[in-house]
Design a protein around this ligand. Structure first.
Ligand SMILES: [Zn+2]
Length: 174
């Protein structure tokens, strides 16, 4: 791989851009893909008969071997809710998240009889995780659910910050 190819960088939203729900982002560098979140959207009134709306992962259809991992920012439905439905279609990637996020995910996986099959890794803020050509360092953010993180992602092309969901909290309890 030439250094130019190694530095080739793309970031694309598979859901959640300009809409509420089904948040899912792909960061691609040097042919490897890091996935961030995999949420669902609850249907709008006009979507009669639809139970759940999932991110469109067709862009990854022939690329599941390139997926370095799936990182979760927090445990809200619109960030983790689609995992039981899409995890196998994504080539069964390893999943990374904080303790509460993984706890909420495990309940979901149990419901779908996937608990035994999915490997999850508990991450801690400020402790970087090396995933292929990405080095992902979680950092704390304030949000309406605890144990939420943003991600500092170091790639050969540069540093990417994914904030996750956050709010500016004037009176944080911690
Ligand atoms: Zn949220």
């Amino acid at each position: 791989m030439t250094s130019q190819e190694q530095n080739q960088f793309r970031l694309f939203a598979l859901g959640g851009l300009g809409e509420i729900g089904m948040n899912m982002t792909a960061v691609e560098c040097g042919g490897k893909i890091l996935l961030i979140d995999c949420g669902l959207m609850f249907p709008e009134a006009y979507m009669l008969g639809v139970d759940l709306v999932l991110p469109d992962i067709s862009a990854l259809e022939h690329r599941t071997d390139d997926i370095a991992g799936l990182f979760l920012t927090h445990g809200h439905e619109d960030h983790i809710g689609a995992i039981p439905f899409l995890w196998e279609k994504l080539g069964c990637p390893q999943i990374y998240g904080t303790a509460l996020t993984l706890g909420l995910l495990h309940n979901k996986l149990k419901e779908h009889n996937l608990e035994e099959r999915v490997s999850t890794h508990c991450v801690k803020p400020r402790q970087p995780v090396k995933l292929d050509m990405f080095e992902v360092e979680p950092f704390r953010v304030a949000h309406s659910i605890v144990d939420g993180i943003g991600l500092a992602i170091r790639t050969p092309a540069g540093l990417v910050i994914h904030t996750g969901d956050f709010k500016i909290d004037q009176t944080p309890v911690d």
